[in-house]
Write a protein that binds this ligand. Structure first.
Ligand SMILES: N[C@@H](CCC[C@H](N)C(=O)O)C(=O)O
Length: 288
């Protein structure tokens, strides 16, 4: 029987981003892609991201987190999921700060209120090998999505950045005027992104307000994506569309993002516990 069977988990959301947190700090089990897909497909444990807490690897950190998308692939960063992990690890304690680790590095979390947390998402990376891109953008229109007339691409010239995971942000007047379910997978799998990418449609409404709709790599349309909110803010600030701090409004709620002068990006927002449950052993028989 899988060591995950009957294991307790927390079903949460961060600004509507569906998150499952599971505590494997006392287990050596590493969740397989098939197990992640089985959990995502089960009633009561559907997620956009599964945050598996493992024993810490680095002194001073609380846990090493493996992050799984719905399709079983792994991600380096998940801002909304990290806030949910911070809730699990601090709820019922008097602690308000903790350090966690993901494949992308160390993340400092802070409790701001009963269900509100900030995460230091680290430094953005803009180098094409870091994002990664297949090659350097020599032409800002290197990515064009051609659905309509040949001389009128529907989307082009995104900002590209790594926030521990790859992001492309397309600037539009109204994100919701586009068919993201159709264009998201085409752009996620564009050959310019060797590791695929998270695809955002962003509209700057004011120097401190961005509207954002995200197609997540490996998960599809989500109600919120914390790392995409960070990607949008740093890209907007870098191109003088906004200042260095803004509210980013997503379908599931608002996140506040600040790009500090020390180059770190701080993302703040809500967490919500929906229920705690136990994995059904039958799930893992099917996945094996
Ligand atoms: N929802 C997350 C980001 C999820 C990871 C992404 N799908 C990837 O594969 O990079 C967030 O809140 O940051």
């Amino acid at each position: 029987m899988s060591p995950l069977a009957n294991h307790p988990f927390w079903k949460m959301n961060g600004a509507g981003n569906e998150i499952v947190v599971v505590d494997l700090r006392r287990s050596s089990h590493v969740i397989s892609a098939a197990e992640a897909r089985a959990i995502a497909g089960a009633e009561g444990s559907h997620f956009d991201q599964l945050m598996a807490m493992h024993a810490p690897r680095t002194p001073g950190t609380e846990t090493f987190i493996r992050i799984y998308n719905t399709d079983g692939s792994e991600a380096g960063a998940c801002g909304n999921g990290t806030r949910c992990v911070a809730w699990v690890l601090t709820e019922g304690t008097d602690r308000d700060r903790l350090l966690v680790e993901t494949k992308a590095g160390l993340l400092a979390c802070r409790r701001l209120g009963p269900a509100s947390f900030s995460v230091d998402m680290g430094e953005p990376k803009f180098g094409w090998q870091d994002i990664p891109l297949a090659e350097e953008f020599r032409d800002t229109r290197a990515i064009e999505l051609q659905i309509g007339p040949i001389d009128a691409p529907v989307l082009h010239s995104p900002s590209v950045v790594s926030m521990g995971n790859p992001h492309a942000v397309f600037w539009v007047d109204d994100p919701y005027a586009h068919d993201l379910a159709k264009i998201g997978p085409m752009l996620e799998n564009h050959p310019i992104f060797p590791d695929r990418a998270n695809i955002s449609l962003a509209a700057v409404k004011a120097p401190d307000h961005i509207i954002l709709w995200v197609w997540e790599r490996g998960a599809g349309i989500t109600r919120a994506c914390g790392s995409a909110a960070c990607a949008a803010l740093v890209s907007a600030a870098r191109t003088k569309r906004t200042g260095r701090s803004a509210t980013v409004s997503l379908p599931g709620g608002d996140l506040v993002v600040e790009w500090r002068d020390d180059n770190h990006v701080i993302m703040s927002g809500p967490t919500e516990l929906e229920h705690a449950g136990e994995f059904d052993p039958a799930l893992f028989q099917a996945a094996a």
